[in-house]
Design a protein around this ligand. Sequence first.
Ligand SMILES: Nc1ncnc2c1ncn2[C@@H]1O[C@H](COP(=O)(O)OP(=O)(O)OP(=O)(O)O)[C@@H](O)[C@H]1O
Ligand SMILES: [Mg+2]
Length: 292
Amino acid sequence: MSTDITGTATATTTATATADLADTVVVPRVVTGRGPATLRAEAVSAWFGDHKVLDRVSLTMPARQVTALIGPSGCGKSTFLRILNRMHELIGSASLAGRVLLDEQDIYDRGRRITHARREIGMVFQKPNPFPAMSIYDNVLAGLRLNAIKASKEGKDDLVEECLTKGGLWKEVKDRLRQPGGALSGGQQQRLCIARSLAVRPRVLLMDEPCSALDPTSTRRIEETIAELKSEVTIVIVTHNMQQAARVSDTCAFFLASHGTPGVIVEHGDTEAMFDSPQDERTSDYVNGRFG
Ligand SMILES: Nc1ncnc2c1ncn2[C@@H]1O[C@H](COP(=O)(O)OP(=O)(O)OP(=O)(O)O)[C@@H](O)[C@H]1O
Ligand SMILES: [Mg+2]
């Protein structure tokens, strides 16, 4: 009996799941218990056509920690994040060099399926992107596609409750699971997207400015969710909000692309140390709001 699933992260990221998924969901039992993984980028470079935007970026994002990526606009943070779950290669002109290791296995190895990497390494975007007409319940399950097994109703109910609880949304929506995802507030929609990403049991969750469109209360709620999740999924978050980076992250990496040169990591390490006593003057200027 196989419980492998395919195409899940594609569904979470490209809004292609439109069908009624009620009978086409499989709960990925075999993938439970794998736990968070360490993600390591080794000498990652990236190009769009001839334009090199990242230059040999290396960074370890440890399991059970939150890593924040900070830096001015255009320095390559989102590009780096997309390379971490093989979304960069979806862009026609894009190319890359280097390696990305998930618990020491290169996600770009020949023979490793792209869908596998995306399932293991989920992504939440700046703008919440639930399927607006789909119910809250089906939104949570939308990342799972049938692959030979039909889940029981109880299995689906349990998964929906578990993921919405972990996403910090259960109490607010438990009595209206059949209402459309689009009827939720922006902050709730973002937590629904987090719940949806969790349903495929990722080992790493990438978040690209997940709070930038949200009010302070919703932002705080997402930050609490991040703190609760980090024991079970490695989190990498891009943020322009220095207070947020200081609040939520254990380690931090400062990206910079100066004067048209490709982005590099200027400094990385323990978040508190980076904010209190940065080693590089440029980091100091940035975290203290003197540029960017
Ligand atoms: N699809 C694309 N095609 C061509 N160039 C791109 C594309 N996406 C990004 N770039 C370029 O790559 C560089 C890095 O962009 P990226 O979006 O990764 O920066 P960022 O650090 O996430 O910026 P921001 O903080 O504004 O989100 C920029 O010079 C940008 O113009
Ligand atoms: Mg970006």
